[in-house]
Structure formats: structure tokens, C-alpha cells
Design a protein around this ligand. Structure first.
Ligand code: HEC
Length: 203
């Protein structure tokens, strides 16, 4: 049912004309601020007989993953400040929107994938080079998409030594089977929670 009250100024008129069954989309009402602060340790490498040089590389990779905050997105719960540490780096069921929060009721959403070496749900079948390209150029294994939201621009100038260390480290942690939800296309309703990150400028 539509109900309209005479109103003098346009914004009021718009609100008063809303139908009862379809409330107006109001991002300021529909979203709440969450504390995304998650300071995380990266999980320890599995015990193994690493040659000293390889162990140094793995530990350097662990340090970089901690420093660059990969786990703050790629761990379940972390985007809302409550990281599930037993699932560290195994992907997030909380998505990240990549559209304008004030304009789109149903934004496109990506879910930070599983970075452990599980073959079905993680990076187990990726080559070292494919992982390095995803980190430094934001292009996923199937080369069909730029990885939105993943802050690869910040990692683009990472040295060969550092990116190799990250790959060695990711390969050294325990594989965890965990499939993150599929990407949600703009306009579709998400069944999973999501957050907005980012910077918007005025027009
Ligand atoms: C701001 C959140 C965020 C941070 C921080 C982040 N990532 Fe990502 N990453 C993502 C998202 C989201 C995707 C998937 C994007 C997509 O599906 O298009 C992704 C994709 C990837 C992929 C491709 C995997 C796949 O299955 O497609 C790799 C590898 C990766 N990230 C590694 C890293 C590493 C290593 C770091 C730290 C150096 C890192 N990411 C930091 C959000 C993040």
C-alpha cells in the first residue's frame, strides 16, 4: 500500500511516499560500524626437516604475512574483529563488497580465499609462479579476472626474494579444507555477511 503525505521539502516527501512493504534502502540505517581490528599471529609452519636456508626463507615469509596483514582478510571472522585462529589463512565466509555502499543495495561481494595448501579448496594445485602473480599483480590462476579488493597494488613492488618467501611459507602451514562462498554479482542478494572497506570520494 502506498501512503503519501503532503510534504514541503523533497527528502521528506521521498520518505513519506515509501510503500509499507518495500522500505527505502537506507545504508545509514542498514549498516553498522564494526571493529575490524585483528592483530594476528601467522600460524606456525608444520614441523619438518627444513634445510637451514629453506627454514630461513619460511620464517621470513611468516614475518611478511604477519606484517602485511594477509590474515586480517583471509581468516574467518577476522573482518569483524573475531578471527577463528584454528582456521588462520584458510579463507573467510565474511565477504568484502566492491561497490558504492551509498548507491547499491546489493553490491558485488568477494570472499578472501583459502591460502593454505588444501588441493580442493586452497592453493594446493597452484604453481609458485601463479601464487606470486596473484600477490603482485592481482591476477588469479585462471587469468580471467583482476582480483578486486585484494590490495595487490600495495604488494606490486615486492622483491622476488620476499614473494618467494611468502609462497614457501604458505606451502609450509597445515592445509585446511574450507571452501569460501562463491563471488556474489552486483545486484544479487548475498546469503553471507559482508563488510565494506575502502575510500569513497565526493563527486
Ligand atoms: C583487504 C583484504 C585482503 C588482504 C589484506 C589480502 N588479501 Fe589476498 N585476497 C583478498 C580477496 C578479497 C581475494 C579474492 C578476490 C577475488 O575473488 O576476486 C584475494 C585473493 C588472493 C589470492 C588469490 C587466491 C585465489 O584463490 O583466487 C592470493 C594468492 C592472495 N589473495 C594472497 C594474499 C597474501 C599473500 C596477502 C598478504 C601479503 C593477501 N592476500 C592480503 C583480500 C585480501
Amino acid at each position: 500500500m502506498k501512503f503519501c503525505r503532503p510534504a514541503l521539502i523533497t527528502p521528506l516527501f521521498l520518505v513519506a511516499c515509501a510503500t509499507e512493504s518495500e522500505p527505502q534502502y537506507d545504508p545509514l540505517q542498514d549498516y553498522e560500524e564494526v571493529d575490524t581490528t585483528t592483530i594476528m599471529d601467522a600460524p606456525d609452519p608444520l614441523a619438518g626437516n627444513f634445510a637451514p636456508e629453506h627454514l630461513f626463507q619460511v620464517k621470513h615469509g611468516e614475518y611478511l604475512v604477519e606484517l602485511l596483514g594477509c590474515g586480517a582478510c583471509h581468516t574467518n571472522g577476522a573482518l569483524e574483529g573475531a578471527a577463528q585462529m584454528d582456521m588462520a589463512l584458510a579463507g573467510s565466509d565474511i565477504g568484502i563488497a566492491f561497490a558504492n555502499p551509498l548507491g547499491d543495495e546489493h553490491p558485488g561481494i568477494v570472499f578472501p580465499p583459502n591460502l593454505t595448501s588444501d588441493e580442493k579448496t586452497g592453493l594446493g594445485l597452484w604453481s609458485d609462479e601463479q601464487i606470486a602473480v596473484a600477490i603482485r599483480a592481482g591476477i588469479g590462476r585462471h587469468l580471467r579476472r583482476r582480483v578486486a579488493v585484494m590490495p595487490w597494488e600495495g604488494y606490486a613492488k615486492m622483491s622476488e626474494k620476499d614473494v618467494t618467501a611468502i609462497v614457501s611459507y604458505l606451502r609450509s602451514i597445515a592445509p585446511v579444507a574450507h571452501k569460501v562462498p562463491d563471488e556474489v554479482k552486483p545486484g544479487e542478494r548475498s546469503k553471507h555477511p559482508f563488510v565494506y572497506l575502502g575510500v569513497y570520494r565526493s563527486r
